[in-house]
Design a protein around this ligand. Sequence first.
Ligand code: NAP
Length: 294
Amino acid sequence: MLSGTGGTPPARHSRKDIIMDSIITQGVTIPRLGFGTFRMPGADAQPVVESAMALGYRHIDTAAMYENEAAVGAAVAASGVDRNKLFITTKAWHDQLGPDALYRALDTSLRKLRLDHVDLYMIHWPSRDMDMAATLEALVALKERGLTRAIGVCNFNLPMIRRAVEDIGVPIASVQLEYHPFLSQAPMLAYLRGRGIPLTAYAPLAQGRAANEPVLAGLGRKHGTSAAQMAIAWLLDQEGVIVIPKAARRESQKANLDALTIRLDDDDRAAIAALPKDQRYVRPPFAPDWDASA
Ligand SMILES: NC(=O)c1ccc[n+]([C@@H]2O[C@H](COP(=O)([O-])OP(=O)(O)OC[C@H]3O[C@@H](n4cnc5c(N)ncnc54)[C@H](OP(=O)(O)O)[C@@H]3O)[C@@H](O)[C@H]2O)c1
């Protein structure tokens, strides 16, 4: 049954229980629901991040490329939340992957964020001409210097991840990838689960498209929630998945946080599994070959 026709909505956990939901990886504890900050450049991001933190978000995802690290830093400083209660991720752009450049990039990010360390520092995109071993060894060195508590990569395809983990031996705390109800990450998830590495789902709402998808909307009616909340709940339902929706509007920030309390049943899972799973919306020209098999 996809749409609600009465009856008792499925059981939910209380928000207090769920907000503690987190994943421990490589010695850090990552809240499973974080706050994305892409496409909010400049000072306008500060009140948005302040609003999210006031609602209870403690995991903030930014990047040098988003041009809002200073605003995120200002919001964190204004929040009064203990630094050790926060999980802050930032990322190095793909033209900063030489060992010296990577150090300078993180140093610049830390100054803007007004922090002496971040919790997770990630390679934002691989570059075709990078020396992967040298780049990842430089990333490890930043962790060893205490400038970041953990390290990770975004947008690596499966052969790249295997090389990083198995050949180079990098202690990857998470891999960040596009993942939502319209895109499969099955082979990647199977591999990462086997290695105990969580996948952080970016564009979890398919950049907002999930909010208007009829199947998700139908499931939402059954649960008394929205289509967007169902997309987030579907990701949170999966072992080893962290979710970082972005929402400028306070109502959406709160709705996405409330998705932590939704419990999917097997009918929900089957309906979402049946949606097309080949829709990749983030396709820059420098992306790796996503069809490369390991
Ligand atoms: N590593 C990477 O290469 C990479 C790439 C892309 C994204 N990311 C990260 O992942 C985060 C999330 O991805 P994203 O920002 O691209 O897309 P997204 O989170 O899938 O979608 C954001 C869009 O959905 C809307 N929205 C949010 N909550 C909603 C709700 N409850 N109901 C209806 N609409 C809602 C937002 O509207 P409003 O903002 O107007 O409220 C916004 O337009 C980014 O912000 C960034 O931190 C990383």
